[in-house]
Design a protein. Sequence first.
Length: 357
Amino acid sequence: MTAHPIIIPIFLPNLGCRERCLFCNQKATAKEVPSPSSVRNYIEASLIRLPSDEEIPEKQVAFYGGSFTAISQEDQVRYLKEVQPFLDSGLIHSIRISTRPDALDEAILSLLKANGVKTVEIGVQTMIDEILFLSKRGHSAEDIVSATSRLKAWGFEVGMHLMVGLPGDTCDRFLQTLDKVIALRPDFVRIHPTLVLEGSPLEVLWRAGKYSPLSLDETLQWLKKGLLKLERSNIQVARIGLQPTRELERHLLAGPYHPALHQLIDSEIALDMAKHLLQLYSEVNHPLFLCHPKEVSNLRGQRNGNILRLKDQFHLEEILIQTREDILKGSLILQNTKRNIVIHRRDLYYESIQNSH
Ligand code: SF4
């Protein structure tokens, strides 16, 4: 089975949530809670729209948007049972759910296992207790550690949702969180910046001038360090940034929203790699960079922005780029008359780059 299944998402906005976390308004991403009886039709309709089986090695139904395991056990079973006919026929391979780390005791894990759940995504947000408290999460970092170890003992695939820029957060605290997350070895993480959404408790703080979101530039600086840290530890990053939807954009009041945040970070990293090479070999006047064809747009940046920044910083007349299929993805080569110099993004450490944040 592939590490990237096709997911049929069923949103249960805020279902099971005991209280509202500071930053949350799930109604901004989905409207009504679908009943268990509507699930079967929805899956059937979704399956029709998917490409043929040979192209999709794994299909999962996901219950997102609330605290699935904090709803009553009867209701959990009602939702999960609707997927069973599809599991039995092989049209769907498994189920994933998202939930809180303090709603995963042994009895619940047993129920999930018996009903076809393979993947559990837990809301972590941060491993700093003070930030969890300020965000009104209602659980501690220790709850995350113990939930993860129970999930792993039961053989579930574990995903973690992380956030940057919550009240009390700093770049150092975010990187500390990642160290703790890496030690727990989740199968994948998703990271998104804190946005001020209409109808969330955070809106009140923001309107009172008691909370300021990160700027987009700060977010990029934090996330590029975090992304490289995760890549160096071989933790899969399934997504950075929230899925852009009309509902989200309609509820967005403030914060570092960008519909292609991951791509923006990759582009910042490519710029830093090019800067690093040019700093090492500053005698080059017409540098020629070589990269994999899939990464040339990262190197160029949006509207050629990286090229313009490099020309300006290093006083270059022109920058040449060639692509070659045989270049390892994540690598950048600066061609020189004497020898080629190579850097891989995993080897980029920010202390060694001037003009980086
Ligand atoms: S963040 Fe998760 S647990 Fe908190 S209110 Fe939103 S859906 Fe519920």
